[in-house]
Design a protein. Structure first.
Length: 280
């Protein structure tokens, strides 16, 4: 049977969505101030940031100020960001056969049994994101740019919870790649001036597969052979959890965090009851 991508298990960790929300939150509290010619402070403005294509907001800005279209007029400055592409990052590749196991602090399945989570290592992917800064004068735009650039060297790490079941957290690197600047000032003096800065970023995130829920292992049995000239034999090693309370708790109901227990180990000859032959 060949490999199947679709396993019949539905899972969705919203990792891309969490990554892009975390990216936008980096710029959601940016303030600029405007002053008069003599240096007096006039107002402080919080710059809005929204997700969406830059062309959409440029079209809204260019819309004629007619009475029936006043609802779509925009005030500047304004920031917008959008995903421009997704690509695999081979430089951060991990061994695909490795997996991690975690036991939640208060985790249990439907039968109230302790469980553990297992999951294969994540696959590294990059989100290519563009941030557009739109302003109508040079001073507003430069205030925004100067508050953004010092935080990137050229990367900035942000921590997000990628898996809710296991509370897995990852540091996501946001890398500033390039900055482009356009000053659109064409036509007569009645037309609106538009200054546009385009900042290109790479968000280095990870994608995880489904989370497998398993109960704790309570019994282990290992059979192994011992080739001896006098007779071949097969020996079985067993280890099981046993409650030390009175009356004893069934093994599958023992909580290792609160209930006292011990590990009982045994060795036996599988084929005969002559355990003394092997010193068992």
């Amino acid at each position: 049977m060949g490999w199947s991508v679709c396993t019949g298990v539905t899972f969705y960790h919203s990792i891309f969505r969490k990554s892009i929300i975390a990216f936008g939150s980096l710029f959601n509290n940016l303030l600029i101030k405007r002053e008069s010619t003599d240096g007096d402070k006039l107002e402080t403005i919080k710059v809005p940031v929204k997700y969406g294509p830059t062309a959409k907001y440029l079209a809204m800005i260019a819309a004629e100020p007619q009475p029936e279209r006043t609802g779509i007029q925009m005030s500047l400055p304004h920031m917008s960001f959008e995903i421009k592409g997704i690509e695999y990052d081979a430089s951060r590749k991990l061994v695909p056969t490795q997996f991690t196991k975690t036991r939640p602090t208060a985790g249990s399945d439907n039968e109230n049994q302790p469980v553990q989570y297992s999951q294969y290592v994540p696959v590294p992917y990059n989100l290519n994101v563009e941030l557009a800064v739109i302003s109508k004068n040079q001073n507003d735009g430069l205030q925004i740019i100067e508050q953004i650039l010092p935080s990137f060297h050229p990367s900035l790490n942000i921590s997000i919870e990628v898996i809710e079941e296991t509370h897995e957290e990852r540091d996501i690197a946001v890398v500033l790649n390039s900055i482009n600047y356009v000053d659109e000032y064409e036509g007569d003096f009645s037309q609106r001036r538009l200054l546009l800065w385009t900042l290109s970023f790479t968000v280095k995130t990870y994608l995880f597969g489904p989370v497998n829920v398993q109960k704790d292992i309570r019994t282990v049995k290992v059979d192994y052979r011992s080739d001896i000239k006098r007779r071949p034999a097969e020996i079985r090693y067993s280890a099981a959890v046993q409650s030390t309370e009175e009356p004893p708790i069934p093994p599958e109901e023992i909580d290792p965090e609160t209930d006292p227990y011990e590990i009982v180990e045994t060795l036996e000859d599988v084929h005969t009851s002559d355990s003394d032959f092997f010193g068992l």
